[in-house]
Design a protein around this ligand. Sequence first.
Ligand code: ATP
Ligand code: FE2
Length: 353
Amino acid sequence: MGALDTSKFGNGSEVARAYIPRPPSAGVLCLGIEGTAHTVGVGIVDEKARVLANVYDMVRPEKGGIHPREAANHHAELVVPMIRKAADVAGVALRDVDVVAFSQGPGLGPCLRTVATAARALALSIDAPIVGVNHCVAHLEIGRAVTDAEDPVLLYVSGGNTQVIAFARGRYRVFGETLDIGVGNMLDKFARETGHGFPGGPILERAATEGGSLLPLPYSVKGMDVAFSGLLTAALQLHRKGERFEDVAFSIQEVAFAMLCEVTERAMAHVEKDEVLLGGGVARNQRLQGMVDRMARDRDARMFVPPAELCIDNGAMIAWTGLLMHKAGVRMSVEDTVVDQRFRTDEVDAVWR
Ligand code: ATP
Ligand code: FE2
């Protein structure tokens, strides 16, 4: 869709006022909808990877873990107003959007289906092509776009995901991952089960600055993979035995982040890359950043961290990856947009690279 010729309407007419012309340099505009888990978000980006809008909202369960159906209802309620809000923030009309992208997986079925339905409806109503995007690949691509990283190893650490990903032979490949729960879920569960609220990551980070004694916790690295549920159980036991919350929080961070550094470093050595990129909500953690940075410097490599609002789940990363795919010629029919709860990172043919 090209920009509308506003000269037809004359200054001050209703239509001309309602229509904000697109800046000439923006090129292709892509609107992306994220909704794999807790967060529903809508982002609009242009061809220069400028984030024109990035609005989101997260379900915060009062008790217990995330309930997929409740999260999906939350997303269903917010997605349409959020699409409008994103267009407002970006200063574009929805019909200016050239491509609609959405998070096709991996994630929770009801959440994925909700955003896919919204994306299909939007694409049909504005007559734009639709692209389904792999959520994990999107974390990496937005990081490459907004930092100086060119070909990094991604340490993707969020609530549900913990993966070490790098580009090799045409695909993003997973070099290591968690064998049980994501590192963020481990932090969240520890905070919740000790009565400290949600999300646990920032709570533990704050507490850890007041802690200092390193308590014994299981360090489980198996080849290139990590595991966190044993560490969680042991940490809860320490807390039950009366160890200070601050000291346990400190110890969890030291041990869990050291495990992540070890597998990331091994992946960097294996694929001979000298850049490491952080992504996912846990990437906001200063201690993790400090440890990864130190590891990178020790091997003459560089660490990159995207701005916080692009580290967490967000629509802008989906929009940007969708835009890359579209420009590389990826076209999807409605049948191709079926969601995939177990969408593997290495299933994606990265034709845009
Ligand atoms: P995904 O679907 O990718 O698994 P998610 O729903 O877990 O994502 P994110 O927004 O990427 O969403 O990450 C949320 C996680 O990040 C939570 O587990 C939260 O505790 C953690 N987190 C946020 N800030 C920090 C921090 N400062 N330190 C450690 N962990 C953090
Ligand atoms: Fe994520």
